[in-house]
Ligand binder design. Sequence first.
Ligand SMILES: CC(=O)N[C@H]1[C@@H](OP(=O)(O)OP(=O)(O)OC[C@H]2O[C@@H](n3ccc(=O)[nH]c3=O)[C@H](O)[C@@H]2O)O[C@H](CO)[C@@H](O)[C@@H]1O
Ligand SMILES: C=C(OP(=O)(O)O)C(=O)O
Length: 427
Amino acid sequence: MELLSIRGGRRLQGTVTISGAKNSAVALIPASILGEDAITIENLPNIRDVGIYKQILEQLDARVVHNESELIINPAKMVCNPVNNGLVTELRASYYLMGAMLGKFGESCVGLPGGCNLGPRPIDQHLKGFQALGASIEQSQGMIYLKADKLIGAKIYLDVVSVGATINIMLAAVKAKGQTIIENAAKEPEIIDIATILTSMGAKIKGAGTDIIKITGVESLGGCKHSIIPDRIEAGTYMIAAAATKGEVIIDSVIPKHLEPITAKLREIGVVIEEADDQLLIRGKHDYRAVDVKTLPYPGFPTDLQQPITTLLTQANGCSIVTDNIYGCRFKHIDELKRMGANVKVEGRSAVIEGSTCLQGASVRATDLRAGAALVVAGLCAEGTTSISGIQYIDRGYERIEDKLTSLGAEVWREQTDEQSNEQSNE
Ligand SMILES: CC(=O)N[C@H]1[C@@H](OP(=O)(O)OP(=O)(O)OC[C@H]2O[C@@H](n3ccc(=O)[nH]c3=O)[C@H](O)[C@@H]2O)O[C@H](CO)[C@@H](O)[C@@H]1O
Ligand SMILES: C=C(OP(=O)(O)O)C(=O)O
């Protein structure tokens, strides 16, 4: 079993460069199959989810060339086979193959997605969108089969604001006949990123980043070159880690606007933050205030940072309440934080944190990606050594985490133990 071990208590200092966004990368890759020509994706994060997507496309006979942070995808010879192997359950974003293959071939047969187990994660809004565009839907043995003789633009009102459904419907609609209108669309920066690549390929999309997106279908799409936006969740994680260790860190290559919900909350806690063009300077303090955090769709506070900020709030004086309005069960990290001495209890969809606590190193288990991030932050500010198992989850979304932290002065290393992992799959 592989462990990530951290000897805590060191202030993080220096500069960390943020990679391209995971949640963009895993949508840009399937978006690339919609064109007739090759697509080049730059600023690609070197993370596990990207590696898995690359394998899935290769199994469908797309030509994929990967050079460090660049991916070239040529879908010319791609085939419309069922995608039913274990790979689709390794990540959430495999659901984008449904929309992308439906848009490209008029049909798709894809297994139900995996991704972090955060409680129920239905895809009913994706399916409602495909159906509105004219697709028939059959579900059997964990596979969703979609087919449309012709996709025709439609007006689709999403019952819940969903990142995945918004992007998936865009992918299916860019080549549909006529106009598609997505109402109550998600507004995350990653949605704009996907609209940008599709537009560069020749699609007609208006309103991405607002809650009404209008897509006018085109006959065909071509190739282009696209650079992925910075990962606001990776950036937020390093901002929180810098604050938790009372460090002084420059978060480089970011879009500060995308980080506003996080910057505002950290300032409320007492962290000093200075903004420059594409950098943020985080200056930690010794005294933090307890605050309440409520996750919401963008531009609200992101659910993907709910777990790491819970760790930071163990270092604040008083009682903080962190409520997850997106995933009410996203609290598997709490039992692990308790092993490290945190005084936290879960009440419904909230974590109630009494601080401040001097965390103690322990052996803990990452049960999902951001639970892993929360435990890394805890390990960095704890006394003694913390050993985290389940690091395949952390590797889903953080590029070279131990190198980046080491360059900031942390003592972090990977190690193999003889112990067998009793990890189940993501599901
Ligand atoms: C690959 C990717 O981009 N993952 C992100 C994406 O996940 P994902 O796309 O799965 O999340 P959604 O935005 O779709 O989910 C938001 C909420 O809507 C619900 N819902 C969603 C779809 C649906 O058809 N029916 C339904 O009820 C979900 O259960 C959840 O409560 O957005 C989440 C919310 O910001 C992030 O945590 C994930 O990191
Ligand atoms: C929940 C996450 O990812 P996914 O949707 O890919 O499981 C995440 O990035 O925190």
